[in-house]
Design a protein around this ligand. Structure first.
Ligand SMILES: C[S@@+](CC[C@H](N)C(=O)[O-])C[C@H]1O[C@@H](n2cnc3c(N)ncnc32)[C@H](O)[C@@H]1O
Length: 392
């Protein structure tokens, strides 16, 4: 496909996305229906689509319309490319520019701040309140793709040895300051999942800030640790690789844990999955981590659709769910034990305000550690707190 044909395909897909279809599903269906497209075409179209979703508000302003065509026009203008050179109507290129489309439009620097940094209108106030002076730099970073990070499984290898093993397979990395186990991939990211280091459980794909959250959790030798909202088990595995604790995983949607036994086996780690009905019998635990469902605002680089689709009502629903999970988790902690709380959110209502509410309503607990991470630290935005239960 020509570069212009890829832009035309991306514009069509973006129209379907705007009508409500999930981008990932649209791209898979498109690839199935357009077998002539090679892997480079598919990768380029995917990049166009996701970049346009990350920057949907500014690209629409620069392109003169929030349609797929307008978003692609805006993308070219944001990159300093004359859209008239691409929108030629020749071959499979998009139709030539209309007079209105060719008329001069503002530059990125001339747009209102919230538009230029692609802040969702519905959440602008809570984002500004939560981020304070970091609002603009964080929102600017969220317009770009996320770096790829690996977690080195210290049970299998040191960080330097893992980096050397990866380099031998054409994957270049550098250590990242967020965690002693984190490597940032600087070249060859597409090879990771086919590499020996990955197949043998030496490395896992995991955001560096997510690793930092797992690092914060206190794990005494032989402690009984429950990951209450385990999902795919990213944090369970990161904690389990650190020591001799006994690990249990649970999720309200158990199918989300379906890959966990295989991933744990590959990493040389034992994890017991627990059903909801088994939790009370298995309690108490020395540490219960609740990595709760949240707005995902810290991870909008990876999942940019949520940036435009999360509403204030969603936030109300999520904070109520989080409060309920915290209360449930607290009841499973042994006297003198710890409760970990984590979100990949940038919003105070889901983070420190949630912990303040819990501490105000639940006597006998104290906060002993807290971390606010934003993309300015290099990884996704995360919040984590560790609370200690009194001995009484
Ligand atoms: C942020 S994700 C967890 C990600 C995971 N810890 C990781 O590191 O890969 C939140 C998880 O909480 C689960 N969940 C939602 N409501 C829950 C509840 N009431 N109790 C336990 N898990 C719940 C969801 O199914 C989802 O898998």
């Amino acid at each position: 496909m020509t570069p212009a044909a890829r832009i035309a395909a991306a514009a069509e897909l973006l129209d379907a996305w705007r009508a409500g279809a999930p981008a990932e599903k649209l791209l898979t269906t498109w690839a199935r229906q357009n077998r002539f497209a090679g892997s480079k075409d598919r990768a380029a179209i995917r990049d166009h689509v996701f970049d346009a979703i990350r920057c949907a508000r500014s690209f629409a302003a620069l392109g003169g319309a929030a349609t797929g065509r307008g978003l692609m026009l805006g993308r070219l203008r944001a990159d300093g490319i004359d859209p008239g050179a691409v929108f030629t109507g020749e071959g499979h290129a998009p139709a030539p520019l209309s007079e209105a489309e060719a008329a001069p439009l503002p530059n990125l620097a001339d747009l209102p701040e919230a538009v230029a940094c692609d802040c969702p209108e519905a959440l602008e106030e809570v984002l500004r309140d939560s981020l304070g002076p970091a609002f603009r730099p964080v929102m600017d970073l969220l317009r770009h793709r996320a770096p790829v990070f690996l977690r080195v499984n210290l049970r299998r290898s040191g960080r330097d040895e893992a980096a050397a093993l990866l380099a031998g397979e054409g994957i270049e990395t550098r250590p990242h300051a967020l965690s002693p186990t984190a490597l940032e991939v600087t070249a060859g990211a597409r090879r990771v999942q086919q590499s020996r280091a990955f197949a043998e459980g030496v490395v896992e794909l995991q955001d560096a800030a997510s690793q930092a959250v797992a690092d914060l959790m206190p794990l005494g030798p032989g402690a009984r640790v429950l990951d209450l909202c385990a999902g795919g088990g990213g944090k369970t595995l990161a904690m389990a690789a650190r020591g001799t604790a006994r690990h249990y995983a649970h999720d309200a949607a158990p199918q989300r844990m379906r890959d966990l036994p295989d991933r744990a086996a590959r990493a040389g780690i034992a994890v017991t999955c627990l059903a909801s009905a088994e939790l009370d019998e298995a309690a108490p635990f020395d540490l219960v981590l609740c990595d709760v469902p949240c707005s995902g605002s810290g991870a909008w680089r990876r999942s940019p659709e949520a940036k435009w689709r999360t509403t204030p009502d969603d936030l109300t629903r999520l904070t109520a769910l989080q409060a309920g999970i915290l209360d449930r988790a607290a009841a499973l902690v042994a006297p003198g034990g710890h409760l970990g709380y984590a979100t990949c959110s940038l919003l105070s209502a889901e983070n420190d305000a949630q912990i303040a509410r819990f501490l105000a309503n639940t006597p006998g607990w104290m906060r002993i550690a807290e971390r606010h991470l934003t993309p300015l630290d290099g990884g996704d935005g995360f919040y984590a707190a560790v609370l200690r239960r009194g001995d009484g």
